[in-house]
Ligand binder design. Structure first.
Ligand code: NAD
Length: 317
């Protein structure tokens, strides 16, 4: 395991002077602000998104919009992909007009999407055969972390490629750790997603429990946050849950995908994760109930239904 050296992204460190031309594929909730962080750090950014209107913010901030993945990759030293799911990444990277067909040998591909470790390993193998370094570097920290460049980034792949990626990754995150070979970043991310979903689930149960006993939930959350029950999930999600503001953030659709990755990888490893499996089923129920486009904190709505509460029973405090 290695962390980026302190000077990898520091204002006067040597890493800061290594300016790269970065092609950024996927300018959604996360990729849009991440691309802006790269510009702010002095890198050149060529952005591509399937729906082209999402490149407008990048262009007005000083970046360039590309008309295709091929065009973006052909003009870059480093390509970052930030796409929804494994098939999207496989198509964007290995398809006919994809990254590997157009990035020059010696280039670096960093996939920052959350995908199956199998996809990460497949892309790394294909890249290696073409002389292209590949890292899997999924992130945690949400939209807020993407906007402020304070993501936690878990990186799998060759250690030399990790060192090379330093000036780019340090513009996006404050905790950047090399956790092992190709695919290891995605395994760590799957563990992260189980912890976040499980914490959200118990936070939802706690809010229902507090309401059932007619306790002021805002005061309860305040004191919970100061003790061992405190967490970033509590700090960032309790207030929107109480206010019933479920605009994404992180969509239930994506968390459902991530828990599917975790369950599949656990099965492949021959281990049992009973609570993780239960939470995965509850997230699946949220999606089945038509909540897939809401923030994952809307898991609360499913938990309310289990207690016979309609959404109106838990009014904003
Ligand atoms: P999003 O749906 O907001 O963004 C994905 C973007 O990719 C969209 O703009 C879409 O138009 C674009 N896109 C899809 N297919 C494309 C293609 N073939 N070529 C070019 N563009 C394409 O999703 P997001 O929330 O930004 O998440 C992206 C990834 O990051 C996912 O894997 C997600 O699990 C992960 N992630 C998200 C969060 C979060 O809080 N939103 C946090 C950590 C990790």
């Amino acid at each position: 395991m290695a962390e980026l050296p302190e000077d990898a992204g520091g204002p006067s460190g040597p890493g800061r002077s290594a300016k790269e031309t970065v092609a950024f594929i996927g300018l959604g909730i996360m990729g849009g602000p991440m691309a802006i962080c790269l510009l702010r750090a002095g890198h050149s950014v060529i952005g591509f998104n399937r729906s082209p209107e999402k490149t407008e913010r990048l262009s007005s901030a000083g970046g360039t919009a590309a008309g295709s993945i091929a065009e973006a990759a052909a003009n870059a030293d480093v390509v970052i992909t930030m796409l929804p799911d494994s098939p999207d990444v496989e198509h964007a990277v290995m398809g006919a007009g994809g990254v590997l067909a157009h990035l020059r040998p010696g280039g670096l591909l960093i996939d920052m999407s959350t995908v199956h470790p199998r996809t990460a390993r497949l892309i790394a193998r294909e890249g290696e055969a073409l002389g292209i370094d590949v890292l899997d570097a999924p992130v945690s920290g949400g939209e807020q972390g993407a906007v402020t460049g304070t993501l936690s980034i878990m990186v799998g792949g060759p250690v030399e490629a990790f060192a090379r990626a330093g000036p780019v990754l340090s513009a996006l995150g404050t905790t950047v750790v090399h956790v092992g070979p190709s695919g290891a970043g995605q395994i760590v991310k799957a563990a992260n997603q189980m912890v976040v979903a499980g914490t959200l689930e118990l936070l939802g149960e706690a809010l229902i429990f507090l309401e059932a006993w007619d306790v002021d939930r805002e005061l309860a959350v305040q004191v919970l946050a100061g003790g061992l029950a405190g967490s970033q999930v509590l700090d960032r999600k309790a207030a929107p849950m109480l206010a019933r503001q479920f605009d994404p953030g992180f969509r239930i659709e994506l968390h459902h995908k991530d828990l599917g990755i975790a369950m599949d990888a656990a099965r492949q490893a021959g281990i049992s994760l009973p609570v993780g499996a239960l939470v995965a089923q509850l997230m699946g129920a949220a999606r089945a109930q038509g909540l897939g486009e809401l923030d994952h904190s809307a898991l609360l709505v499913v938990l309310e239904a289990l207690s016979g509460l309609s959404p109106g029973d838990l009014t904003p405090s």
